[in-house]
Structure formats: C-alpha cells, structure tokens
Design a protein. Structure first.
Length: 141
C-alpha cells in the first residue's frame, strides 16, 4: 500500500497511468461499454462510479493542453435530444479539479469505438451511462 492514493485506483490502473506517454488516451467506460471486445488493455473498476474515478485520477494525470479537446464523449445526438446527465458531472469534476477542458469533444459512436480500440487502456466502471476518453499531456515540472 502507498499513502494518498485513492482506494478506487487499483494497482493495475496506477501502473497504466504511469506507463502512458503524452498523447496516449485512456477510456473511462460505463458498465455496458464493449470494453472486453475493444480494449488492448482492460482494467476493471467494478463498483466505482466513473466520476469518482475521474476525480481520483485527475490529480495524477495531466490532460493534454496542446490539443483542442483533451476530453471526448460519445455523441448522443443520434438517439437523444438532450445530453446525458453524466456530461454535466464530467464538467463539474473537471472544474472541481481545476482542469482546463474548454469543451467535451463529441465523437460519433463507431469512431469512439475505434479510438477506444487504439487507446492505451479501457477502464470499465459501474457507471450506468457515460463514456469518456482522456488524452494525456506532458508532465510539466
């Protein structure tokens, strides 16, 4: 055990976060996401709400400030007139963690799956609705 690492960050997840380079992406996925079929590396976070996991990893994970959209979500518009509630929760979490995310990038469903298949890892959570891709930036010292 180490100090000051939230319990929802498993050793496998911490290893993945530390192994990623700038420009690599990680997917925080809901419980229904086809992660087992898509992921190069699948990490389970069963029982953990996605926003709790997001809040726990952001202090360790620099978002890429060199791209227009360091955070992306699946485009909801083909099946709903209003965005999922999880999007507002993601924005609130970014704001609370003082992360600069100008706007969530909306990615078409199958393009989102393609990106997830190329991502460094997919983390399956207990979330009921909402998937998020984060692009890692360089660590600025």
């Amino acid at each position: 055990m180490l100090r000051n690492i939230p319990a929802c960050i498993s050793p496998d997840l911490m290893h993945a976060l530390m192994s990623m380079g700038h420009g690599d992406e990680i997917v925080l996925a809901d419980a229904d996401f086809p992660g087992p079929a898509l992921a190069r590396r699948l990490i389970r976070a069963d029982g953990v709400p996605l926003t709790d996991l997001l809040a726990a990893i952001l202090p360790f994970f620099p978002l890429d400030g060199f791209v227009e959209h360091p955070a992306a979500v699946m485009d909801y518009r083909p099946w709903s007139a209003s965005e999922p509630a999880s999007f507002a929760q993601f924005r609130e979490t970014f704001t609370a963690q003082k992360c600069r995310v100008p706007e969530l990038e909306l990615v078409e469903r199958y393009a989102f799956y393609d990106r997830a298949g190329r991502a460094y890892a997919v983390v399956m959570t207990a979330e009921r609705d909402g998937n998020l891709i984060l692009k890692k930036g360089p660590v600025m010292i």
